[in-house]
Design a protein around this ligand. Structure first.
Ligand code: NAD
Ligand code: ZN
Length: 362
Protein backbone atom coordinates (compact mmCIF):
# COMPACT_ATOMS: atom_id res chain seq x y z
CA UNK A 1 0.00 0.00 0.00
CA UNK A 2 1.28 3.44 -0.89
CA UNK A 3 0.27 6.81 0.53
CA UNK A 4 1.70 9.86 -1.27
CA UNK A 5 2.71 12.96 0.70
CA UNK A 6 2.87 16.19 -1.22
CA UNK A 7 4.56 19.28 0.17
CA UNK A 8 5.68 22.53 -1.43
CA UNK A 9 9.16 21.26 -2.15
CA UNK A 10 8.73 17.53 -2.42
CA UNK A 11 6.55 14.57 -3.20
CA UNK A 12 7.32 11.30 -1.49
CA UNK A 13 5.64 8.05 -0.63
CA UNK A 14 4.88 6.15 2.53
CA UNK A 15 4.99 2.43 1.77
CA UNK A 16 3.10 0.21 4.21
CA UNK A 17 3.04 -3.53 4.50
CA UNK A 18 4.57 -6.53 6.18
CA UNK A 19 8.04 -7.76 5.21
CA UNK A 20 8.54 -5.09 2.57
CA UNK A 21 12.20 -4.25 3.20
CA UNK A 22 13.47 -6.43 0.36
CA UNK A 23 10.97 -5.02 -2.10
CA UNK A 24 11.99 -1.50 -0.99
CA UNK A 25 15.63 -2.30 -1.81
CA UNK A 26 14.75 -3.68 -5.23
CA UNK A 27 12.58 -0.67 -6.06
CA UNK A 28 15.25 1.85 -5.06
CA UNK A 29 18.28 -0.13 -6.23
CA UNK A 30 19.42 2.37 -8.85
CA UNK A 31 19.38 5.25 -6.33
CA UNK A 32 21.10 3.28 -3.57
CA UNK A 33 23.77 1.93 -5.91
CA UNK A 34 24.76 5.45 -6.85
CA UNK A 35 25.32 6.53 -3.24
CA UNK A 36 28.96 6.71 -2.15
CA UNK A 37 27.96 5.70 1.39
CA UNK A 38 24.82 4.42 3.06
CA UNK A 39 24.67 5.01 6.80
CA UNK A 40 22.00 3.47 9.00
CA UNK A 41 21.27 5.18 12.31
CA UNK A 42 19.47 3.03 14.86
CA UNK A 43 19.26 2.59 18.62
CA UNK A 44 20.61 -0.34 20.55
CA UNK A 45 17.23 -1.89 21.37
CA UNK A 46 16.00 -1.82 17.81
CA UNK A 47 19.27 -3.02 16.37
CA UNK A 48 19.59 -5.93 18.78
CA UNK A 49 16.05 -7.04 18.00
CA UNK A 50 16.12 -6.53 14.26
CA UNK A 51 19.66 -6.68 12.92
CA UNK A 52 19.17 -10.19 11.53
CA UNK A 53 16.07 -9.18 9.62
CA UNK A 54 17.75 -6.00 8.40
CA UNK A 55 20.98 -7.70 7.33
CA UNK A 56 19.08 -10.45 5.61
CA UNK A 57 16.87 -8.14 3.58
CA UNK A 58 18.97 -5.04 2.97
CA UNK A 59 21.02 -5.78 -0.09
CA UNK A 60 23.54 -2.90 -0.14
CA UNK A 61 26.77 -2.17 1.67
CA UNK A 62 26.13 0.10 4.66
CA UNK A 63 27.68 1.39 7.86
CA UNK A 64 25.71 1.25 11.09
CA UNK A 65 25.89 3.85 13.83
CA UNK A 66 24.05 3.17 17.09
CA UNK A 67 22.73 5.89 19.37
CA UNK A 68 21.27 5.64 22.92
CA UNK A 69 17.75 4.20 23.18
CA UNK A 70 14.71 6.40 22.82
CA UNK A 71 14.60 10.03 23.91
CA UNK A 72 18.20 9.87 25.19
CA UNK A 73 19.43 10.09 21.59
CA UNK A 74 17.90 13.51 20.93
CA UNK A 75 20.82 15.39 22.46
CA UNK A 76 23.49 17.73 21.10
CA UNK A 77 26.01 15.05 22.02
CA UNK A 78 24.36 12.35 19.86
CA UNK A 79 23.85 14.88 17.08
CA UNK A 80 27.56 15.70 17.20
CA UNK A 81 28.55 12.02 17.37
CA UNK A 82 26.54 11.17 14.28
CA UNK A 83 28.06 14.09 12.36
CA UNK A 84 31.54 12.98 13.46
CA UNK A 85 30.81 9.44 12.32
CA UNK A 86 29.68 10.69 8.91
CA UNK A 87 32.83 12.76 8.51
CA UNK A 88 35.08 9.90 9.62
CA UNK A 89 33.39 7.64 7.09
CA UNK A 90 34.06 10.24 4.38
CA UNK A 91 30.39 10.82 3.68
CA UNK A 92 29.54 13.46 1.10
CA UNK A 93 26.44 14.99 -0.43
CA UNK A 94 26.11 11.75 -2.37
CA UNK A 95 25.66 9.74 0.81
CA UNK A 96 22.32 8.53 2.13
CA UNK A 97 21.06 8.27 5.71
CA UNK A 98 18.51 5.80 7.03
CA UNK A 99 16.63 6.21 10.31
CA UNK A 100 15.78 2.76 11.66
CA UNK A 101 13.85 3.18 14.90
CA UNK A 102 11.12 5.03 16.73
CA UNK A 103 10.30 8.71 16.65
CA UNK A 104 13.42 9.63 18.59
CA UNK A 105 15.85 8.06 16.11
CA UNK A 106 13.76 9.50 13.27
CA UNK A 107 13.84 13.04 14.69
CA UNK A 108 17.59 12.92 15.33
CA UNK A 109 18.50 11.37 11.98
CA UNK A 110 16.28 13.76 10.06
CA UNK A 111 17.90 16.74 11.74
CA UNK A 112 21.39 15.41 11.04
CA UNK A 113 20.39 14.83 7.41
CA UNK A 114 19.03 18.37 7.13
CA UNK A 115 22.33 19.91 8.24
CA UNK A 116 25.15 17.57 7.19
CA UNK A 117 26.83 19.41 4.29
CA UNK A 118 23.68 21.57 4.12
CA UNK A 119 21.43 18.61 3.57
CA UNK A 120 21.66 15.02 2.34
CA UNK A 121 18.86 12.57 1.47
CA UNK A 122 17.35 10.43 4.20
CA UNK A 123 14.84 7.59 4.45
CA UNK A 124 12.64 6.80 7.41
CA UNK A 125 12.14 3.20 8.52
CA UNK A 126 9.88 3.62 11.55
CA UNK A 127 9.68 0.77 14.05
CA UNK A 128 7.04 1.98 16.51
CA UNK A 129 3.31 2.66 16.32
CA UNK A 130 3.89 6.22 17.41
CA UNK A 131 6.22 6.70 14.48
CA UNK A 132 3.29 6.34 12.05
CA UNK A 133 2.88 9.96 13.13
CA UNK A 134 6.44 11.20 13.63
CA UNK A 135 7.89 9.72 10.42
CA UNK A 136 5.39 11.59 8.24
CA UNK A 137 5.48 15.34 7.87
CA UNK A 138 9.14 16.28 7.97
CA UNK A 139 9.46 17.70 11.47
CA UNK A 140 12.93 16.89 12.76
CA UNK A 141 14.51 18.00 16.03
CA UNK A 142 16.73 17.44 19.01
CA UNK A 143 16.12 18.63 22.56
CA UNK A 144 17.76 21.54 24.39
CA UNK A 145 18.11 21.33 28.18
CA UNK A 146 15.62 24.24 28.24
CA UNK A 147 12.99 22.52 26.13
CA UNK A 148 12.03 19.54 24.01
CA UNK A 149 12.30 19.70 20.21
CA UNK A 150 13.61 23.25 20.42
CA UNK A 151 16.36 22.83 17.82
CA UNK A 152 15.26 21.41 14.51
CA UNK A 153 14.17 21.83 10.93
CA UNK A 154 11.38 20.98 8.53
CA UNK A 155 13.05 18.42 6.31
CA UNK A 156 11.17 15.78 4.34
CA UNK A 157 12.44 12.21 3.87
CA UNK A 158 12.79 10.71 0.38
CA UNK A 159 10.50 7.86 1.36
CA UNK A 160 9.01 6.29 4.47
CA UNK A 161 9.11 2.52 4.69
CA UNK A 162 6.63 1.38 7.33
CA UNK A 163 7.32 -2.33 7.55
CA UNK A 164 4.95 -3.86 10.11
CA UNK A 165 7.46 -6.63 10.67
CA UNK A 166 9.23 -4.37 13.18
CA UNK A 167 6.12 -3.81 15.31
CA UNK A 168 6.04 -7.43 16.51
CA UNK A 169 8.63 -6.79 19.21
CA UNK A 170 7.06 -3.65 20.67
CA UNK A 171 6.40 -3.83 24.42
CA UNK A 172 2.82 -3.10 25.52
CA UNK A 173 3.88 0.23 27.00
CA UNK A 174 5.00 1.42 23.56
CA UNK A 175 1.83 0.08 21.91
CA UNK A 176 -0.15 2.12 24.43
CA UNK A 177 1.94 5.19 23.69
CA UNK A 178 1.50 4.91 19.93
CA UNK A 179 -2.20 4.18 20.19
CA UNK A 180 -2.80 7.60 21.75
CA UNK A 181 -1.67 9.32 18.54
CA UNK A 182 -3.88 6.96 16.54
CA UNK A 183 -6.83 7.96 18.75
CA UNK A 184 -5.88 11.61 18.20
CA UNK A 185 -6.00 11.08 14.44
CA UNK A 186 -9.43 9.50 14.83
CA UNK A 187 -10.75 12.44 16.85
CA UNK A 188 -9.70 15.02 14.31
CA UNK A 189 -11.09 13.04 11.38
CA UNK A 190 -13.91 10.52 11.85
CA UNK A 191 -16.65 9.88 14.42
CA UNK A 192 -17.19 6.24 13.42
CA UNK A 193 -13.53 5.56 13.94
CA UNK A 194 -13.62 7.08 17.44
CA UNK A 195 -16.62 4.93 18.29
CA UNK A 196 -14.65 1.82 17.30
CA UNK A 197 -12.20 2.58 20.10
CA UNK A 198 -15.00 2.76 22.63
CA UNK A 199 -15.52 -0.98 22.19
CA UNK A 200 -11.93 -1.81 23.11
CA UNK A 201 -11.44 -3.63 26.38
CA UNK A 202 -7.67 -3.97 26.55
CA UNK A 203 -4.50 -3.26 24.59
CA UNK A 204 -3.93 -7.00 24.22
CA UNK A 205 -7.32 -7.43 22.55
CA UNK A 206 -6.37 -5.33 19.55
CA UNK A 207 -6.28 -7.55 16.49
CA UNK A 208 -3.27 -7.13 14.26
CA UNK A 209 -5.42 -6.51 11.15
CA UNK A 210 -7.34 -3.80 12.99
CA UNK A 211 -4.17 -2.10 14.13
CA UNK A 212 -2.76 -2.08 10.61
CA UNK A 213 -6.00 -0.61 9.26
CA UNK A 214 -5.85 2.13 11.92
CA UNK A 215 -2.22 2.90 11.15
CA UNK A 216 -3.02 3.33 7.48
CA UNK A 217 -5.91 5.66 8.34
CA UNK A 218 -3.73 7.62 10.75
CA UNK A 219 -1.03 8.11 8.11
CA UNK A 220 -3.65 9.31 5.62
CA UNK A 221 -4.97 11.89 8.10
CA UNK A 222 -1.47 13.13 8.86
CA UNK A 223 -0.40 13.18 5.19
CA UNK A 224 -3.51 15.13 4.23
CA UNK A 225 -2.94 17.81 6.88
CA UNK A 226 0.76 18.12 6.06
CA UNK A 227 -0.16 18.64 2.40
CA UNK A 228 -2.47 21.49 3.34
CA UNK A 229 0.04 23.14 5.68
CA UNK A 230 3.60 21.87 5.78
CA UNK A 231 4.93 24.56 8.10
CA UNK A 232 2.23 24.73 10.73
CA UNK A 233 0.70 28.06 9.81
CA UNK A 234 -2.89 26.80 9.98
CA UNK A 235 -4.32 23.28 9.61
CA UNK A 236 -1.28 21.55 11.03
CA UNK A 237 -2.12 23.02 14.42
CA UNK A 238 -5.03 20.54 14.56
CA UNK A 239 -2.47 17.79 15.01
CA UNK A 240 -1.79 19.40 18.33
CA UNK A 241 -5.09 18.08 19.69
CA UNK A 242 -4.37 16.81 23.22
CA UNK A 243 -0.83 18.17 23.15
CA UNK A 244 -1.03 21.52 24.99
CA UNK A 245 -1.88 19.94 28.33
CA UNK A 246 -0.17 16.69 27.29
CA UNK A 247 3.20 18.31 26.65
CA UNK A 248 2.98 20.05 30.04
CA UNK A 249 2.36 16.67 31.72
CA UNK A 250 5.26 15.13 29.79
CA UNK A 251 7.65 17.92 30.82
CA UNK A 252 6.49 18.00 34.47
CA UNK A 253 6.67 14.25 35.00
CA UNK A 254 10.03 14.20 33.21
CA UNK A 255 10.96 12.92 29.75
CA UNK A 256 11.59 9.22 29.83
CA UNK A 257 9.40 8.79 32.97
CA UNK A 258 6.23 8.95 30.90
CA UNK A 259 5.87 8.12 27.21
CA UNK A 260 4.86 10.83 24.78
CA UNK A 261 1.64 9.02 23.89
CA UNK A 262 0.61 8.43 27.48
CA UNK A 263 0.95 12.18 28.11
CA UNK A 264 -1.07 12.91 24.96
CA UNK A 265 -3.85 10.55 26.08
CA UNK A 266 -4.04 12.46 29.37
CA UNK A 267 -4.04 15.75 27.42
CA UNK A 268 -6.94 14.62 25.24
CA UNK A 269 -9.28 14.68 28.26
CA UNK A 270 -9.06 18.45 29.01
CA UNK A 271 -9.16 19.08 25.23
CA UNK A 272 -12.46 17.18 25.09
CA UNK A 273 -13.81 19.01 28.16
CA UNK A 274 -13.05 22.32 26.42
CA UNK A 275 -14.55 21.05 23.16
CA UNK A 276 -17.77 20.35 25.05
CA UNK A 277 -17.80 24.02 26.08
CA UNK A 278 -16.59 25.71 22.87
CA UNK A 279 -17.77 23.25 20.26
CA UNK A 280 -20.98 21.33 19.75
CA UNK A 281 -19.48 18.16 21.13
CA UNK A 282 -21.81 15.83 22.90
CA UNK A 283 -21.29 16.30 26.64
CA UNK A 284 -20.04 12.91 27.80
CA UNK A 285 -17.21 12.21 25.41
CA UNK A 286 -14.55 13.47 27.82
CA UNK A 287 -15.90 11.14 30.48
CA UNK A 288 -16.28 8.18 28.09
CA UNK A 289 -12.74 8.54 26.77
CA UNK A 290 -11.37 8.97 30.29
CA UNK A 291 -13.01 5.68 31.28
CA UNK A 292 -11.73 3.99 28.12
CA UNK A 293 -8.19 5.25 28.69
CA UNK A 294 -8.26 3.96 32.26
CA UNK A 295 -9.42 0.57 31.02
CA UNK A 296 -6.57 0.49 28.50
CA UNK A 297 -4.05 1.12 31.26
CA UNK A 298 -3.06 4.77 30.76
CA UNK A 299 -1.74 6.03 34.09
CA UNK A 300 -3.59 9.15 35.13
CA UNK A 301 -1.89 9.16 38.54
CA UNK A 302 0.85 11.16 36.83
CA UNK A 303 -1.45 14.18 36.94
CA UNK A 304 -1.69 14.02 40.73
CA UNK A 305 2.10 14.15 40.96
CA UNK A 306 2.21 17.53 39.17
CA UNK A 307 0.91 20.79 40.57
CA UNK A 308 -1.26 22.89 38.30
CA UNK A 309 1.23 25.76 38.70
CA UNK A 310 3.94 23.53 37.27
CA UNK A 311 1.74 22.54 34.33
CA UNK A 312 0.77 26.17 33.73
CA UNK A 313 4.38 27.29 33.56
CA UNK A 314 5.13 24.59 30.94
CA UNK A 315 2.03 25.49 28.92
CA UNK A 316 3.23 29.09 28.78
CA UNK A 317 6.62 27.95 27.50
CA UNK A 318 5.10 25.80 24.74
CA UNK A 319 6.25 26.69 21.20
CA UNK A 320 2.61 27.13 20.21
CA UNK A 321 1.86 29.68 22.95
CA UNK A 322 1.96 33.15 21.41
CA UNK A 323 2.07 36.30 23.58
CA UNK A 324 1.02 34.31 26.64
CA UNK A 325 -2.15 33.11 24.86
CA UNK A 326 -2.85 29.40 24.94
CA UNK A 327 -3.92 28.11 21.54
CA UNK A 328 -5.83 24.89 22.05
CA UNK A 329 -6.76 22.57 19.20
CA UNK A 330 -10.38 21.67 19.97
CA UNK A 331 -13.29 19.96 18.22
CA UNK A 332 -16.55 21.52 17.06
CA UNK A 333 -17.56 17.93 16.53
CA UNK A 334 -15.49 14.82 15.99
CA UNK A 335 -13.74 15.32 12.66
CA UNK A 336 -14.08 19.12 12.83
CA UNK A 337 -11.05 20.54 14.61
CA UNK A 338 -10.47 24.26 15.19
CA UNK A 339 -8.10 26.40 17.24
CA UNK A 340 -9.35 28.41 20.21
CA UNK A 341 -7.60 30.82 22.56
CA UNK A 342 -8.18 29.56 26.10
CA UNK A 343 -7.43 31.34 29.35
CA UNK A 344 -5.37 29.66 32.04
CA UNK A 345 -8.37 29.89 34.43
CA UNK A 346 -10.41 27.77 32.04
CA UNK A 347 -7.66 25.18 31.79
CA UNK A 348 -7.46 25.17 35.57
CA UNK A 349 -11.17 24.30 35.82
CA UNK A 350 -10.66 21.31 33.50
CA UNK A 351 -7.59 20.28 35.45
CA UNK A 352 -9.59 20.37 38.70
CA UNK A 353 -12.35 18.28 37.19
CA UNK A 354 -9.84 15.75 35.87
CA UNK A 355 -8.21 15.48 39.30
CA UNK A 356 -11.61 14.75 40.86
CA UNK A 357 -12.26 12.00 38.29
CA UNK A 358 -8.87 10.46 38.99
CA UNK A 359 -9.39 10.57 42.78
CA UNK A 360 -12.83 8.96 42.39
CA UNK A 361 -11.35 6.14 40.34
CA UNK A 362 -8.61 5.27 42.84
P1 NAD B 1 11.22 6.20 20.84
O1 NAD B 1 11.89 6.37 19.54
O2 NAD B 1 11.72 6.95 22.00
O3 NAD B 1 11.18 4.64 21.18
C1 NAD B 1 10.61 4.19 22.39
C2 NAD B 1 11.32 2.94 22.88
O4 NAD B 1 10.94 1.83 22.07
C3 NAD B 1 12.83 3.04 22.80
O5 NAD B 1 13.37 2.45 23.96
C4 NAD B 1 13.18 2.19 21.57
O6 NAD B 1 14.45 1.64 21.69
C5 NAD B 1 12.09 1.14 21.61
N1 NAD B 1 11.73 0.55 20.33
C6 NAD B 1 11.59 1.18 19.13
N2 NAD B 1 11.17 0.32 18.19
C7 NAD B 1 11.04 -0.89 18.80
C8 NAD B 1 10.61 -2.17 18.37
N3 NAD B 1 10.21 -2.38 17.11
N4 NAD B 1 10.59 -3.17 19.27
C9 NAD B 1 10.95 -2.97 20.56
N5 NAD B 1 11.35 -1.76 21.04
C10 NAD B 1 11.38 -0.73 20.16
O7 NAD B 1 9.69 6.51 20.85
P2 NAD B 1 8.52 6.84 19.89
O8 NAD B 1 7.37 6.74 20.77
O9 NAD B 1 8.54 6.09 18.62
O10 NAD B 1 8.81 8.37 19.49
C11 NAD B 1 8.81 9.40 20.44
C12 NAD B 1 9.55 10.55 19.87
O11 NAD B 1 8.92 10.99 18.68
C13 NAD B 1 9.62 11.75 20.80
O12 NAD B 1 10.93 12.22 20.84
C14 NAD B 1 8.71 12.78 20.14
O13 NAD B 1 9.12 14.10 20.36
C15 NAD B 1 8.86 12.41 18.70
N6 NAD B 1 7.73 12.82 17.86
C16 NAD B 1 8.01 13.49 16.72
C17 NAD B 1 6.99 13.88 15.89
C18 NAD B 1 7.31 14.55 14.59
O14 NAD B 1 6.40 15.02 13.91
N7 NAD B 1 8.56 14.63 14.22
C19 NAD B 1 5.65 13.58 16.20
C20 NAD B 1 5.39 12.88 17.37
C21 NAD B 1 6.45 12.50 18.20
ZN1 ZN C 1 2.49 13.82 19.52
Amino acid sequence: MIIPVKTNESLYEVHLGENILQEFCARNASVFQKADQIVVISDENVWNLHKDYFQHNFSFAYKIHLVPNGEACKTFESYFDVQTFLLQENCTRNSILFALGGGAVGDLTGFVASTFMRGIPFYQIPTTILAHDSAVGGKTAINHPNGKNMIGAFYQPKEVLYDFHFLQTLPEKEVRSGLAEVIKHAFISDVNWVNEFLHLTSIKDIQKEKLLEWLEKGIRVKAHIVELDEREQSYRKYLNFGHTYGHAIEASVGYGKITHGEAVMIGIIPALMLSEIYGDMEVSYARKIFKLAQKLGYHFQHVLNCSFEQLASFMLKDKKTAHGELHFALLKNIGEPFVQVISMEEVKKCDEKLRIWIEEGK
